[in-house]
Design a protein around this ligand. Structure first.
Ligand SMILES: [Zn+2]
Length: 419
């Protein structure tokens, strides 16, 4: 088992005894009325995703809370935080309550809603953050859109601080981005697609960091994609600013070369960047500059994707491919195994102040069992998500969750051990 959250990270062959949904003992040769043999596999805390789009309410043709959380459980996740860009937008208590209630009815993984910063994600007036906090939001974000107004950013950060909520920024200066559909650079020029420069992200981050220093509020950067952003965050952390950030598996796995074939599943915001950016992201993960790996799971139907590259809606699935993609870096030796697991468990838990993310005695038994070598052919039929928009379709991946426990109860079981 791996418990990267323990005071001294635990990495040992061990039994984990679970009673009434909690971890009650960790050690060798434990006895229990029922034993599930997961020899040679990794027992890690249930994975925590700070960034998913579950599409309910309003866009159930893409995904709903049931299919989205089924995909989460299949990917080894026991907690997901869902963004506010639903229809209607989660900018008020009633929507937050609806999401919480639906997720509880489905009962597969913990769903923690993120509330909108501004009403209708319009970037004009602040949403009712107090009411939403009361109803269960764990952060605020206008994700999908950046908060462009610096004055509003200041007010939002002050407000977030009052409620001790992190503010999550989709860092993209729209003036610099100018509607570019991919990364600005040699590949965009070659294939004739309008690009957006890397500085559209880092310029926004640089501005925000000045406001964070002024307000002292918690600020989290979604889907960091450029080397410059990593450098800015590293410097900000060194100066003691309350800044955190996340990286997606796809920004680590793919460069803008992947867009060469105009596959709309390689269109995302921020766009895929360059190898130099990937190297910086991996370095940021290794030294703790990047706190979490988050999927930005963004289901879309053929209506949004079977169109020209420049017209396609950005985004791709993430929940079921995160582990195999990240384990690939572990196999290649470019990412330490314990660091990878920490960025999927304890790191995100700390970032949003969520429970879970550890295997301590007394902790709730949210657990993911990983077979690090298990082959996984990604097919449309095999995907639990309602949508199939992923550039990894048809690829042979390796390493996956084989068992996911929520409070000691199997919510996903590839090998039928609990059936
Ligand atoms: Zn975003």
């Amino acid at each position: 088992m791996f418990d990267p959250a323990a005071q001294r990270p635990v990495d040992q062959a061990a039994d984990v005894r679970i009673t009434s949904g909690r971890i009650v003992e960790v050690g060798r040769g434990l006895v229990a009325p029922r034993i599930v043999d997961v020899k040679d596999m990794w027992i890690v805390p249930g994975l925590i995703d700070l960034h998913v789009h579950l599409r309910e309410p309003g866009q159930e043709y893409k995904e709903d809370i049931e299919t989205g959380t089924r995909a989460a459980a299949a990917g080894g996740f026991t907690t997901v935080c869902c963004m506010a860009n639903t229809k209607p937008v989660n900018d008020q208590r009633a929507v937050t309550e609806l999401i919480v209630r639906r997720a509880r009815e489905v009962g597969l993984v913990r769903v923690r809603p993120i509330g909108a910063i501004t009403q209708g994600l319009e970037g004009k007036a602040l949403a009712d953050i107090a009411e939403m906090k009361d109803a269960g939001i764990v952060a605020i974000s206008d994700d999908g859109r950046p908060l462009m107004s610096s004055g509003l950013m200041r007010r939002a950060l002050e407000y977030a601080k009052t409620f001790d909520l992190p503010l999550v920024q989709h860092a993209e200066d729209l003036d610099l981005a100018e509607g570019g559909a991919m990364n600005e650079g040699a590949v965009a020029t070659r294939i004739g697609i309008k690009g957006q420069p890397a500085c559209a992200e880092s310029a926004m981050v640089a501005r925000d960091l000045e406001i964070v220093e002024w307000t002292g509020a918690r600020y989290h950067i979604a889907h960091v994609s450029t080397a410059r952003t990593v450098a800015l965050v590293r410097d900000a952390k060194r100066r003691g600013l309350p800044v955190t950030c996340e990286v997606t598996p796809h920004h680590l796995a793919l460069t803008d070369e992947a867009c060469s074939h105009y596959d709309t599943n390689t269109k995302m915001m921020p766009p895929l960047r360059t190898q130099a950016d990937i190297d910086a992201l991996l370095e940021g993960l290794a030294d703790g500059t990047i706190d979490a790996i988050a999927t930005d799971h963004a289901p879309h139907s053929p209506v949004e994707k079977d169109v020209e590259f420049e017209c396609a809606t950005p985004g791709l699935l993430g929940l079921e491919t995160a582990l195999p993609i990240i384990l690939d870096f572990v196999r290649m030796g470019t990412l330490d195994d314990k660091r990878a697991i920490a960025a999927l468990t304890g790191g995100p838990a700390r970032t949003f102040g969520l429970p879970g993310g550890n295997l301590a005695v007394g902790a709730v038994a949210d657990i993911c069992v990983i077979d690090p070598e298990r082959p996984m052919m990604l097919t449309a039929d095999g995907i639990a998500s309602k949508s199939k928009n992923t550039p990894f379709l048809g690829q042979q991946l390796a390493g996956r969750a084989v068992l996911t426990l929520l409070e000691g109860r199997a919510v996903y079981d590839l090998d039928g051990r609990f059936r």
